[in-house]
Design a protein around this ligand. Structure first.
Ligand SMILES: [Mg+2]
Length: 258
């Protein structure tokens, strides 16, 4: 297991390891912090230059499936304009591009309204700079740009309050609290995709707590890659989205020579 004092893998060497994995292969990537550098304003973030083209080129390989698996909603992923050949999953796998949109049950819809009401109060408590994001299966309060003390207190309050409700699940991030009326996690989505394409091996690259659910589903034939510092169960590490771009570029070069 890697410790917080990260020692990063060399992108060229990592690309070579990926090239040696069994086929068919699925290459699954988180979006924010992996394909796109983190920003304060999610709607302003853009892919690292060259990444969109690399992913599209990789997806032309017959025995390779390229997938983006993000906590963002599909609507929130649209700004990245991912190539049609890519698999795109949003809301931790609850949404999938090209498939039917989420159809909540009466109970789920009613619960989502309660969660929304709760987080709307949290936003008011956090004050200026806090905002609420509404996704098909969840609501999220963001306090990154709020006063740090008020923001923290508002999240603590919401964490306490949500315990009074039932049937939902919760994702806690830095400066973020997400309450989901229908639970989804990246591990379940990864397993579904792996089964569907009958993959012999899988690579998952992610940077955040929800990505650990995906890492946990990988085995000895696979490769797990954490981007950045911090605790992880992944076996390999890359420094930042630019290093991810380097790996993708190496893969494009290597596989186009076959
Ligand atoms: Mg991320």
């Amino acid at each position: 297991m890697n410790t917080a004092r990260a020692r990063f893998d060399d992108p060229v060497e990592l690309a070579r390891s990926i090239g040696e994995l069994a086929r068919p292969l699925i290459l699954v990537l988180d979006c924010d912090g992996v394909l796109a550098p983190l920003t304060d304003h999610a709607h302003n973030s853009t892919l690292t230059p060259g990444v969109g083209t690399d992913l599209a080129l990789l997806a032309t390989n017959d025995d390779l499936t390229v997938a983006v698996l993000s906590g963002r909603s599909l609507a929130g992923l649209r700004q990245f304009d991912f190539d049609d050949q890519l698999e795109v999953w949003g809301s931790y796998g609850a949404e999938r591009r090209g498939h039917a949109s989420v159809d909540l049950t009466h109970v789920e819809a009613s619960r989502l309204r309660s969660l929304d009401a709760l987080l709307s109060k949290a936003v008011a408590r956090a004050g200026d700079g806090a905002w609420i994001e509404r996704k098909p299966t969840s609501v999220v309060v963001h306090v990154r740009e709020a006063d740090p003390r008020r923001g923290r207190a508002a999240l603590d309050w919401a964490m306490q309050q949500q315990r009074e409700l039932s049937g939902h699940t919760c994702h806690v991030g830095s400066n973020v609290l997400e309450l989901m009326t229908r639970s989804a996690d990246k591990g379940t989505a990864l397993d579904a995709l792996r089964t569907e394409v009958k993959a012999a091996a899988c690579v998952y690259i992610g940077d955040d707590a929800p990505d650990e659910d995906a890492f946990a589903r990988l085995n000895g034939n696979d490769l797990s890659v954490k981007v950045g510092d911090g605790h992880t169960i992944a076996s390999r590490r890359l420094a930042d989205p630019h290093a991810v771009r380097s790996v993708l570029g190496e893969l494009v070069t290597g596989w186009s020579q076959h």
